[in-house]
Design a protein around this ligand. Structure first.
Ligand SMILES: C[S@@+](CC[C@H](N)C(=O)[O-])C[C@H]1O[C@@H](n2cnc3c(N)ncnc32)[C@H](O)[C@@H]1O
Length: 409
């Protein structure tokens, strides 16, 4: 995606005000960036994109920005103090967006008018006069760093630190591999798997050839893995927790008779739109996994369970602030119940694929181990864990976990 360019200071105060509201909602209320950005005062599209870019670049670097701020203030500012929020935004613009100092000051001070203006002016002046890190060093929230070091080791944590400050490439999934290869050749992309193309440029997505005709859809390479585990000869395939439908489209494109279940009508509307755009077919089932009772079993069921989504931190850095031990434990408890429910719909000899875009073993490996202990009719056929650092040279992948289980025949 194109990186929005900051414009003159006067034009930019509205964008900074929106960025401040987004950051405030994410940090204080634990909202996602997307929901925090909703309902904000409407801005010109360029300013709206700039507000999102500033808030996003700030969230990618919170630990680093806070270290800088704490080193320049006599008293540690509270985490949710307005002065800290405004300073974080200003520093992120300097480090990540290379906004000139005069524009930073001119757009930061109106945000604290009638409040801690002198404090912000003083601290910002001190920081801008000193040596701000030129090399953009990434850092993870301390709790995440501790958790991932214990689970995956230092190498994965170092790779995650590098990844969080890099904008990820654009991954596209295609209906057919031939189409993917000809698109990659024409547009300068690379293909790292069947039906996949990776672009590293910054063109707007809707301007890429084939968007209107639905030749492809956006899908991180990691999240294509679970649908690839479905055996080619499975006829009836259910995508449980399907919306907005990236995996449904893959399953339908692979030629299976596809069923897409989700309990959210609004998210299913997006799935319907994706089917219509790509011309692919799936039967939609509006149900809760915990109450669903199919008339016939399926040859394969894919359960892409709701999760902490910590594997998606490159695009959604705020997930790392939200994923507390309590949220991960609650999520794991639900995932166990969803998997047990979905397991009952698989025919003997059929496959059950479980997936989460999480980097927490409690939501991945431990769910499968616990399920297998309690389900003697199932065995593990394959399991895949994607950690930060995988295909890093080519642009990396989201953290992910997927496993295929087979029901005894
Ligand atoms: C990780 S997202 C799915 C992403 C989707 N598989 C894709 O590739 O585009 C999880 C989905 O699970 C749905 N969901 C959560 N709990 C559910 C439940 N108990 N029954 C049915 N759907 C549920 C949510 O509405 C959400 O759409």
């Amino acid at each position: 995606m194109r990186q929005p360019q900051p414009r003159g200071p006067e034009a930019g105060v509205g964008a900074r005000r929106s960025a401040l509201r987004i950051l405030d909602r994410v940090v204080r209320s634990g909202q996602t960036m997307d929901s925090a950005a909703q309902g904000l005062q409407k801005l010109e599209p360029a300013d709206q994109a700039l507000a999102l870019a500033i808030a996003g670049e700030t969230l990618r670097r919170l630990p680093l920005l806070d270290r800088l701020i704490d080193g320049a203030t006599r008293q540690i500012l509270p985490d949710d103090a307005k002065a800290r929020m405004v300073l974080r935004l200003a520093l992120a613009q300097r480090i990540a967006l290379k906004v000139p100092d005069h524009a930073l000051v001119a757009t930061a001070l109106p945000l604290v008018e009638g409040g801690p203006r002198r404090l912000v002016h003083g601290v910002l002046g001190t920081l801008l006069r000193g040596a701000l890190p030129e090399a953009d060093e990434g850092a993870l929230p301390q709790a995440v760093e501790n958790r991932w070091t214990a689970a995956w080791g230092q190498q994965a944590v170092d790779a995650a630190r590098r990844a969080i400050v890099r904008r990820p490439p654009l991954d596209l999934s295609f209906r057919s591999h031939d189409e993917a290869l000809s698109f990659a050749g024409a547009e300068g992309g690379i293909s790292l798997a069947e039906r996949h193309v990776r672009l590293s440029d910054t063109r707007p997505v809707t301007g890429l050839p084939g968007f209107a005709e639905g030749r492809w859809w956006i899908q991180d390479l990691s999240s294509t893995l679970p649908a690839r585990m479905i055996p080619a000869d499975a006829f009836r395939v259910l995508d449980a927790c399907a919306a907005p439908g990236g995996k449904t489209l893959q399953i339908a494109a692979a030629g299976h008779r596809t069923f897409a279940l989700d309990r959210s009508e609004s998210r299913l509307a997006r799935l319907r739109a994706n089917l219509a755009r790509t011309g692919l077919q799936a039967q939609i089932v509006t149900e809760d996994v915990l109450g669903y009772n199919p008339d016939e079993p399926f040859d394969a069921v894919l359960l892409d369970a709701p999760c902490s989504a910590t594997g998606t931190f490159r695009r959604h850095p705020e997930v790392l602030l939200r994923a507390s031990d309590r949220i991960i434990a609650e999520s794991a408890e639900l995932q166990g119940r969803l998997l047990t429910a979905a397991a009952a719909w698989v025919r003997p000899g059929g496959s059950l694929v479980y997936a989460v875009c999480s980097l927490e073993p409690q939501e991945g490996e431990e769910i499968i181990a616990e399920f297998l202990r309690a389900s003697p009719d199932y065995s593990l056929a394959e399991q895949r864990r994607v950690l930060p650092g995988e295909v890093e040279e080519e642009g990396g992948m989201d953290g992910f976990f997927a496993a295929r289980l087979v029901r005894a025949g």
